[in-house]
Design a protein around this ligand. Structure first.
Ligand SMILES: Cc1cc2nc3c(=O)[nH]c(=O)nc-3n(C[C@H](O)[C@H](O)[C@H](O)COP(=O)(O)OP(=O)(O)OC[C@H]3O[C@@H](n4cnc5c(N)ncnc54)[C@H](O)[C@@H]3O)c2cc1C
Length: 434
């Protein structure tokens, strides 16, 4: 532990170290015209060989590299990112964090992650705007009430916060909700008070900065074209900047996992789908909790800038296009309006899509693969943002020790062959249904 602390304080030889973000530093920079800031992370040129290459500079890849350096003292690590840091799903999501799952394995994993979010800003010395404003799931039928009660009980049995709200309490918490006039009147809500939101790109920047300070090479604009193996073992990756050797290669490329695994003949239990997000113009504060609609797929929160941030289901067809279609945009808008009719007055400012790696049981994969030295971090479906702190720690543990971390033991690839799937929604082996 001492070793890694010393390493995190090291100033890089090229001076690309933005230093600590403390009160005195902020005051000094404020007084002297902000001339002293330097880039938050060092833009490395790749070396010929690394002990570990992490492909993908999204939240999962950066958190993995950070944990390798700070928890295991492994700093001979490169993160290879095909574009700039933060433009993948880590910067495209609707920023929701929570641990309100039903399956015990998922509750434990996501709760472990939520606890790390609670300390993240101190760990990274970076303001990620972690806001535990609560996540509220509305329900509209008695059957749904039963389902949410089971889920809340499952969480409480593991010591995780979950509360049932009646209609009056829902209305007090979210005055904008129309309880009675939608197609499915609201019967109540299920609240996780410790859920909330985190500013997504700050997470990417914070991890990139902390990993770089810990000695990791962050290589942007380095497209990995294929994984290279000899005699059943990984030897490196072929990239747009040439071959780079490695003892271990970890794929953390979200919606592109199948493509890269396919370059060494692996077929993964994943499908790539597009998920859209929407942001409205800035309005005065009207919503200080994350709300989800139970009779369709819709979730919404308000950012600190005032924009309403919302989304719905995946579009439902396989694609690598980061766009999305109008019918799903309409479906999302319709669900939003029936829940919060006041939204009809708000203009949508921006829309985008991200490519999701949807797994066959809706749960993630942190696992060795049949190819020696190739590790997979993927299958995050809609939920990999909230999992970033835990996913990074668990993946780094697997790489460093060769053994799965206890919180992610059940997320191995073999579960699909062995019939140990963790089907959170009980919808069967249909990626689009998770
Ligand atoms: C619209 C939307 C809303 C979402 N909302 C939420 C939410 O509210 N809460 C939540 O928990 N999750 C949410 N998610 C899911 C979450 O964002 C993802 O599951 C998670 O970000 C995936 O992990 P990542 O951050 O590592 O992915 P990414 O940020 O996508 O990282 C993968 C990186 O790999 C890079 N890459 C790909 N191929 C290559 C290659 N060949 N060579 C080099 N680099 C490569 C990509 O450029 C990318 O930067 C949402 C996703 C979307 C799209």
């Amino acid at each position: 532990m001492k070793l890694s602390l010393q390493r995190t304080r090291k100033t890089r030889a090229d001076g690309a170290d933005s230093g600590d973000y403390g009160l005195l530093r902020l005051l000094r920079e404020g007084l002297f015209g902000h001339q002293g800031w330097t880039p938050a992370w060092h833009k490395a040129t790749p070396r010929a060989h690394y002990r570990v290459i992490v492909v993908g500079g999204g939240g999962q890849g950066l958190a993995t590299a950070h944990a390798l350096a700070t928890e295991h003292g492994i700093t001979d690590v490169a993160v290879l990112e095909k574009g700039p840091i933060g433009l993948g799903n880590v910067g495209r999501n609707t920023t929701i964090i929570r641990s309100n799952y039903f399956q015990p394995d998922n509750i434990r994993f996501y709760e472990y992650s939520l606890k790390r979010w609670e300390q993240l800003e101190r760990t990274l010395n970076f303001n990620a705007m972690v806001s535990q404003r609560g996540t509220l799931n509305l329900f509209h039928t008695e059957a749904q009430r039963d389902l949410f009660t089971r889920r809340a009980n499952s969480m409480r049995l593991l010591g995780v916060d979950a509360e049932a709200l009646d209609r009056k309490e829902v209305k007090e918490l979210v005055p904008l909700v129309d309880l009675d006039h939608g197609r499915f009147p609201v019967l109540g809500g299920f609240l996780q008070p410790r859920g909330g939101t985190v500013r997504h790109d700050a997470v990417a920047w914070g991890y990139a900065r902390a990993a770089s300070r810990a000695g990791v090479d962050i290589v942007e604009h380095c497209d990995v074209r294929r994984v290279v193996a000899e005699r059943g073992r990984v030897t490196g990756v072929e990239t747009s900047r040439g071959f780079i050797g490695a003892d271990i290669v970890c794929l953390a490329v979200a919606g592109h996992s199948s493509t890269l695994a396919g370059t060494v003949g692996l077929r993964l239990p994943l499908e790539s789908h597009v998920l859209q997000a929407f942001v409205s113009e800035s309005i005065k504060p009207v919503l200080d909790v994350v709300v989800t609609y139970g009779a369709g797929h819709f979730y919404i929160s308000q950012s600190d800038k005032g924009g309403l941030v919302f989304g719905g289901p995946i579009d439902g067809y396989n694609t690598y296009g980061q766009r999305g279609t109008l019918p799903v945009a309409e479906e999302v808008a319709a669900a939003g309006l029936t829940m919060l009719p006041g939204l009809s007055r708000v203009r949508v400012l921006r829309q985008w899509g991200g490519v999701m790696d949807m797994s066959m049981d809706g749960s993630p994969i942190i696992s060795r693969t049949p190819l020696d030295g190739l590790i997979l971090n993927g299958g995050w479906c809609y939920g990999g943002f909230k999992a970033i702190p835990a996913g990074g720690i668990a993946t780094a543990h697997l790489i460093a020790t060769g053994e799965p971390h206890e919180i992610a033991r059940h997320y191995d690839l073999d579960r699909f062959a062995d019939g140990r799937t963790i089907d959170e929604r009980g919808t069967g082996p249909y990626p689009w249904a998770h």
